[in-house]
Design a protein around this ligand. Structure first.
Ligand SMILES: [Zn+2]
Length: 544
């Protein structure tokens, strides 16, 4: 473990412009620096580094954070690894603390309960019967450390007799608590232990064998277990993924187990969630081709579409294999259809083709309006790709829609400004109030004395984030870095808020006059709002 104080000292000497300037070329622009974003493809720079605030932010893709975050993302390192890297850049000697990390007891609790689950499986005929019926071999049971979680009471007794504090088991996600009652989360389920990429046990997936309505259940998010970043089976498949430069991503635990059993030993799965940007660091390690092996039902195709968009926009090579309705990779292995599977995985449909075809299939192309929508959606997608790649696929989209390639306009007609105009409406006053709350947190009370979130029309989310002082959020960084948004000082703020409220009620009245509510109610409300405005103009506060 790296000593916390030592990390703080390092942070104090690190300069973000230095650090990022080490990796990419920065150009001075006013008080900030600009560059082409290293995290997405673009022609005009929307990546901004602020020496004053020691943060970076990309107005194009939302990437951003401090110097450590940049090194983590750019070099695909973990937090401690990035700290070490920065320390070596600055010739800074970090202090390492001895002894166990505070997470050690949680790992221990997970390891212990996993032993219990594994031994339980061997004595439970029903659970073994289920696995046998699904075609899982004893080699696979061993390889994936499958187990069986019995009733809650035996698990509690086991933990107690092995001196595992309930508090640790709670924090590790093994137990849950409702009021006074403490109970095991996995009950009467086949357990699929989930490991970190380095092979540490961090959580469980569980499949019911007693017809519980939730077929599959995962451990909750804990200090160790982050669903959106982990891939099931990765630690086992890792070596082969690097060797074969191939990774097969499927949807379920059973698919992974059975694919490995069938010889497809680079298979992994997301943990009951969609594939997200959080998975990219793992997926890109060793630069494998990525094959998505998804179900042919609506949910599967939708998931494949989203994942393909994500992967292709990050220039990741690979394609999609959609299994026909009612068939899945696990069944095919059981039926001995390895050569068919091999054939399918050898000819995935490339991501970009898959996305364009799926988009055009969702519209009725006989209808000109629908066709226009399909064209628009296709173009929007192509614009997320590296420009040369997008150009390559123009003809493909045109052919799918049966139109001239020249109709596929990838370049915006107007010259694009350096900061892409947001599609959302921006409200300068609201943004100024929000920025004031961010820059002068002590003024938040003043703001809340006069207005609350219902008065904020366009930037509710940002307002909420500012209340939480969430400086990590991309939208918040955007506001902080936008020199066009002014802030108010204590004196002005009060006056500005009153003016803001007057505007709010004036708008309300305007909306009311055009609405269809009953006359009496309408005139009552209008009167009330007008009274409010009069009070505000006198400098009085409104209490509702
Ligand atoms: Zn970017």
């Amino acid at each position: 473990m790296i000593d916390k104080a030592s990390i703080e000292q390092l942070k104090n000497i690190v300069d973000i412009v230095d650090v990022i300037g080490n990796y990419i070329e920065l150009k001075k622009a006013g008080t900030n620096y600009k560059a082409l974003c290293p995290f997405h493809n673009e022609d005009t720079p929307s990546f901004v580094v602020s020496p004053a605030k020691q943060i970076y932010h990309c107005f194009g893709c939302g990437a951003g954070g401090d110097a450590i975050k940049f090194v983590m993302d750019y070099e695909k390192l973990s937090y401690p690894e990035a700290i070490e890297k920065l320390a070596s850049m600055y010739n800074f000697s970090l202090v390492h603390t001895q002894g166990q990390s505070s997470l050690a007891p949680l790992f221990k609790a997970l390891e212990e309960i996993n032993k219990f689950y594994k031994s339980n499986l061997l004595h439970n005929q029903q659970a073994l019967g289920y696995l046998k019926e699904r075609g899982v071999s004893s080699v696979s049971i061993e390889k994936f450390s499958l187990g069986y979680a019995p009733d809650s009471a035996s698990q509690l007794a086991y933990l107690k007799s092995h001196l595992i504090p309930f508090q640790d088991a709670l924090q590790a996600g093994i137990l849950a608590q409702e009021g006074e009652r403490v109970y095991a989360r996995m009950i009467e389920r086949i357990t699929f232990p989930i490991f970190s990429p380095k092979g540490a046990l961090v959580g469980f997936g569980g499949r019911t064998i007693t017809n519980h309505p939730a077929k599959y259940l995962n451990s909750p998010e804990t200090k160790l277990f982050h669903k959106s970043k982990i891939l099931y089976g990765y630690h086992i498949a890792k070596e082969q993924i690097f060797k074969k430069k191939l990774i097969i991503v499927c949807e379920g635990y059973m698919d992974v187990v059975m694919l490995h059993q069938g010889g497809f030993d680079t298979a992994v799965a997301t943990l009951g969630t969609a594939l997200t940007a959080g998975h990219l660091p793992l997926l890109t390690r060793g630069e494998p081709r990525v094959i998505l092996a998804y179900d042919g039902d609506k949910a599967g195709i939708n998931a494949a579409l989203k994942a393909s968009k994500l992967l292709s926009s990050h220039d990741i090579d690979g394609g999609v294999v959609i299994f026909p309705q009612g068939l899945d990779p696990a069944d095919m292995v059981v039926q001995g259809k390895q050569s068919e599977l091999h054939e399918l995985f050898s000819h995935p449909q490339p991501f970009i083709q898959f996305v364009l075809e799926t988009i055009t299939k969702t519209y009725d192309l006989q209808n000109p309006k629908e066709k226009q929508k399909a064209l628009f959606e296709g173009i929007e997608y192509l614009k997320t790709l590296p420009p040369l790649v997008a150009e390559e696929y123009r003809d493909y989209l045109a052919a799918l829609l049966n139109i001239l390639p020249s109709k596929v306009q990838l370049q915006p007609k107007k010259q694009q400004t350096t900061q892409p105009a947001s599609l959302e409406t921006r409200d300068a006053k609201e943004l100024s109030i929000i920025k004031t709350m961010l820059v002068h947190p002590y003024l938040i009370d003043t703001v809340l004395d006069i207005i609350d979130i219902k008065h904020i029309i366009y930037h509710k989310e940002e307002f909420r984030l500012a209340l939480e002082q969430n400086l990590e959020h991309p939208k918040i960084r955007e506001i902080l870095l936008d020199d066009g948004i002014i802030t108010f000082d204590e004196e002005n703020l009060h006056k500005e808020l009153l003016v803001f409220l007057i505007k709010y009620y004036e708008n309300k009245i305007k909306q009311l006059t055009h609405s269809n509510i009953p006359f009496e109610q309408k005139s009552y409300l209008i009167r009330k709002y007008k009274e409010n405005i009069i009070k505000l103009k006198r400098g009085e506060m409104i209490i509702e």
